[in-house]
Design a binder for this molecule. Structure first.
Ligand code: SAH
Length: 386
């Protein structure tokens, strides 16, 4: 029969409606029924969709499928943080991390295999860029996490932890952040449709404040996003002046701080948002001096901005070290004294290497994969958002 079956996972509502109309001659409400099955009930098999006519179901299975990524490994931290390694193809993997807190459950997802931004303190950069994830691979991370967390909760496998008493499409997942592998704005065409499904009430039904896109600073795409999709914005600032940021976040050479901040304020204006969260990794002796804090305060004072200080997470081969706790506290206090809100991100899941920005999810050993065994020893991902 003609062509590949279309993967329905992650198709935004309008596209799914168009698909059932043109390929199956069905009314739009069929698309809505399908979405409920896929996201709310976690179905991946048309035969389970019992309120759809038998005929419609068999027609569907000829032209469509619901294909989710495969979980290769799962680890659970002593603090309840969970990390899944997902297979993208024979050699590549990505990671997704779930971080439970008393009042929320945050899922940290990836947008690319590898990354091309080349930030000097990030381990994903070391593996370079492999490819963009598809919409289905992005939404599939949420679909899988939801299934795993629901099962862990219901079956008492090992306790899912996190926000209790949640039901419906998102289960324990109350927040989604693009802080895993990759630069989401460099995969704009797949990330935006995925976000639409996160926000859709027939998708994961999250409010726009609970979906956060974190970027290293792709200025033109920030302007585009401001027109097209309403989500919370986080920006990896990491330095208070261009000289230092050029070194830490090389995209700064193309889009310097002044240009980046102008785009951020435009985004907030346009979206009627509250504030941009600026991420700032604390690197010992590099960007953590009191003078840096004062420079930052001058940049952000009086602006709709919050700073999130991230203690650096080390990884093999890095030349950086984490700032001492006292330096981080002092840095925060200087900012607060200058009227800029700054918080320190708690490190979570470090016993399973699931802490901020160290993700390098690669399946390296083909022999082991063939044997049905695991992956490389666990790389790491970002965590916590407040
Ligand atoms: N490409 C996106 C998402 C990256 S990961 C971005 O740049 O925003 C999320 C955060 O973790 C980013 O702020 C990133 O700079 C930070 N990060 C990267 N490596 C880190 C490390 N080793 N320790 C702590 N934070 C790190």
């Amino acid at each position: 029969m003609a062509g590949e079956r279309v993967n329905l996972l992650g198709l935004p509502r309008a596209e799914l409606e168009a698909f059932v109309a043109t390929r199956l001659g069905a009314k739009p409400f069929r698309a809505r029924q399908l979405m409920k099955w896929i996201y709310r009930r976690g179905a991946a098999d048309f035969s389970a969709m019992t309120d759809l006519a038998q005929d419609f179901r068999s027609q569907l299975s000829e032209v469509a499928r619901i294909a989710v990524p495969e979980i290769v490994a799962q680890q659970v931290s002593s603090d309840g943080t969970r990390k899944w390694m997902l297979r993208m193809d024979e050699v590549q993997g990505i990671e997704t991390v779930y971080i439970p807190e008393p009042d929320r459950g945050t899922l940290c997802i990836s947008s690319q295999v590898g990354c091309a931004m080349d930030c000097s303190f990030c381990s994903t950069a070391q593996q370079g860029f492999n490819r963009n994830l598809s919409v289905a691979e992005i939404v599939g991370q949420v679909w899988l996490a939801h299934r795993e967390l629901t099962e862990a909760h219901a079956g008492g496998r090992d306790g899912a932890g996190g926000a209790p008493g949640r039901s419906g499409a998102r289960g324990n997942i109350t927040n989604i952040v693009f802080m895993g592998m990759g630069e989401p704005l460099a995969n704009y065409r797949n990330v935006v449709p995925a976000m639409r499904t996160f926000l859709d009430d027939l998708g994961y039904d999250l409010s726009r404040r609970r979906v956060t896109l974190s970027t290293s600073g792709l200025v033109p795409q920030i302007y585009k996003l401001a027109e097209e999709c309403n989500v919370a914005l986080a920006v990896s600032l990491h330095a208070p002046n261009d000289e230092l940021r050029n070194e830490l976040v090389p995209i700064n050479r193309k889009h310097p701080i002044g240009e980046l901040l102008t785009a951020c304020w435009h985004y907030i204006d346009k979206q009627n948002g509250r504030s941009v969260t600026f991420e700032y990794v604390m690197l010992d002796g590099v960007n953590d001096k009191p003078e840096h804090a004062r420079q930052l305060a001058r940049l952000l004072k009086g602006r709709p901005a919050k700073l999130n200080l991230i203690p650096f997470n080390t990884f093999p081969g890095t030349r950086y070290r984490r700032s001492p706790a006292a330096a981080i506290l002092k840095f925060r206090d200087i900012l607060n004294d200058h009227g800029v809100i700054a918080t320190i991100r708690r490190t979570r899941g470090d016993d399973i290497d699931a802490a901020c920005g160290q993700l390098a999810g690669r399946v390296t050993d083909r022999t082991l994969v063939r044997l049905g065994t695991k992956l490389t020893p666990a790389p790491r991902v970002p965590v916590e958002i407040r």
